[in-house]
Design a binder for this molecule. Structure first.
Ligand SMILES: [Zn+2]
Length: 90
């Protein structure tokens, strides 16, 4: 079953989204509050399983632990930005 197109941010619930692109019949939406960018409608678990198990899928990251030191600071900063936006909505 295909999921429905969202009119609110999947992450923070903000109602102001903009379309930044279209690809393969799906919209790429961006939240104007937290800037979360996502495929809309959100793929179902079945669709994601099919994609990630496809022989055409290549992650390019066999071992994330090797990059942990260089990546941790960046993602902690991004997570803090997201959390500050989510708290503001409540
Ligand atoms: Zn948002």
């Amino acid at each position: 079953m295909k999921s429905k197109k969202l009119n609110v941010c999947y992450l923070c619930g903000n109602k102001k989204l903009r379309t930044i692109g279209r690809r393969k019949g799906r919209t790429i939406s961006q939240c104007l509050s937290c800037l979360f960018t996502f495929i809309n409608p959100i793929p179902t678990k079945k669709e994601l399983d099919k994609f990630y198990n496809s022989p055409h899928y290549v992650s390019g990251h066999a071992d994330y632990s090797v990059e942990e030191g260089s990546q941790r600071g960046y993602f902690e900063k991004k997570l803090n930005q997201i959390e500050s936006k989510v708290k503001r909505q409540k």
